[in-house]
Design a protein around this ligand. Structure first.
Ligand code: PLZ
Length: 414
């Protein structure tokens, strides 16, 4: 069956609200390329939105999943527990920043992890307010839509939204020209004057914003916010769903500025493509919730846990944090060489790099040209004018370079 034939069936069967970047249908995929059902190869600069960091068919993950499927597929951890769930929590507690005692709880999706982090922070502090930031993205469920900044396509028409969510200005060096401490002072002023420190349950932030445009805050912004949050008796939550698990060149992006969040949400790269998410954080906060207060039928599914343990092992064994730094260096070098007037900024960390272009239509045109030439890239940003690159961290140099050839040709043809 060809992509065109499947697409025809899709239009008749799949809800229009669910979109796809490309209209080719995938047949199989590996560590850096996808092959569609028409036999065409795509170089993958998307990794399923920062998910398949270990590649799309990592040998350890395949083996672990197959072994687990043969043992059992599901018992529900809340009914009949199993070791792999415990082992994933142990790994999370060890790998996340902060030498203090931690606990973790597992869920299915990023949005669900964020919802639970908010539940835990409110329970612990007995306060209502959650502070989020301009350009922030935290999911598509009702609470996480309220936490997400951008109206179209995420929120428009889907309200009313959850209350007690407050938005503070983000540090966005290209646009605000402020250094980190000045941007933090601006945000803190908004929180103190408009919310009131004593009402704040949590400050929730992506250490590098993902959907919002790969916005890297100015140095000093995150540490100042984290410090203010702790002094206010609130919970500092880092949403590392997109930045976590080696993507930015270390296990977690908070570490680049020595920030130790009270709670961290993770998902995406954690399990090599299987649905798994987590909240990890200070034992004193996590364990404040009454027994039975957290859970869900599928949270920490055994197949997803087996995949997570194999993914983490792969990241350690292949030093994928180092690989992310290598990939990021190679992308940045090629893009910086271009010195093209349309490029407002090349930014990011590790294998999470983006270029900000003049506007959404120029960005869509470059993305379309990349797609026409077999390179899968994604756009992002509040203004839709950011082209982002998230290759699998196992992508070989020759594939990466072929992708960069297509990308630089598309950019310079503008
Ligand atoms: N927090 C920081 O990046 C998911 C969403 C794509 P889920 N980002 C990709 C889309 O258009 O839906 C994300 C994220 C950050 C939370 C989430 C939500 O994670 O697993 O999609 O629920």
């Amino acid at each position: 069956m060809t992509s065109a034939e499947i697409h025809k069936r899709r239009v008749a069967a799949v809800a229009r609200g669910v979109g796809s970047t490309i209209s080719s249908y995938v047949d199989h995929a590996s560590g850096g390329t996808l092959t569609d059902v028409d036999g065409r190869e795509w170089i993958d600069f998307a990794a399923g939105i920062a998910v398949t960091s270990v590649g799309n068919s990592a040998p350890r993950v395949i083996e672990a999943v197959q072994r687990q499927v043969e043992r059992f597929t599901h018992t529900c951890f809340m009914v009949a527990p199993y070791e792999a769930y415990v082992a994933v929590c142990e790994q999370l507690n060890e790998l996340t920043p902060g030498a203090f005692e931690k606990r973790s709880a597992l869920f299915n999706s990023g949005a669900e992890a964020v919802e639970n982090a908010v539940k835990i922070a409110r329970y612990h502090t007995k306060r209502p307010a959650i502070v989020v930031f301009d350009h922030g993205y935290h999911g598509r469920t009702n609470l996480t839509m309220a936490l997400t900044a951008k109206n179209m396509p995420y929120k428009n028409g889907f309200g009313p939204f959850a209350p007690e969510i407050y938005r503070a200005p983000m540090s966005y060096p290209l646009r605000d020209g402020l250094d980190g401490p000045a941007a933090a002072a601006r945000a803190i002023d908004v929180i103190e004057k408009q919310v009131g420190a004593s009402n704040v349950a949590a400050v929730l932030i992506e250490p590098i914003q993902g959907e919002g445009g790969f916005v890297v805050p100015a140095p000093g912004f995150l540490p100042a916010l984290a410090e203010w949050t702790r002094e206010a008796g609130a919970v500092f939550i880092a949403d590392e769903i997109q930045t976590g698990f080696c993507r930015t060149g270390s296990w977690f992006a908070s570490s680049h500025e020595d920030v130790e969040p009270d709670l961290i949400t993770t998902a995406k790269g954690i399990a090599g493509g299987l649905p798994l998410a987590a909240v990890t954080g200070r034992a004193s906060i996590m364990d404040s919730v009454h027994a039975g207060g957290l859970g869900g039928t599928y949270g920490g599914n055994p197949i997803a846990c087996a995949a997570a343990l194999a993914s983490i092992e792969t990241m350690r064994e292949l030093d994928l944090a180092g690989a992310a730094r290598h990939i990021g260096g190679r992308i940045t070098a090629r893009l910086s060489e271009l010195d093209h007037p349309a490029i407002a900024e090349v930014r990011g960390r590790g294998a999470m790099i983006a270029v900000e272009l003049p506007d959404a239509s120029a960005t869509a045109a470059v993305a379309a040209e990349c797609h026409a030439n077999g390179l899968l890239v994604l756009t992002c940003g509040t203004y839709g004018n950011v082209l982002r690159f998230l290759p699998p961290l196992v992508m070989p140099d020759d594939v990466l370079d072929r992708g960069l050839d297509i990308l630089t040709a598309a950019l310079t043809s503008r």
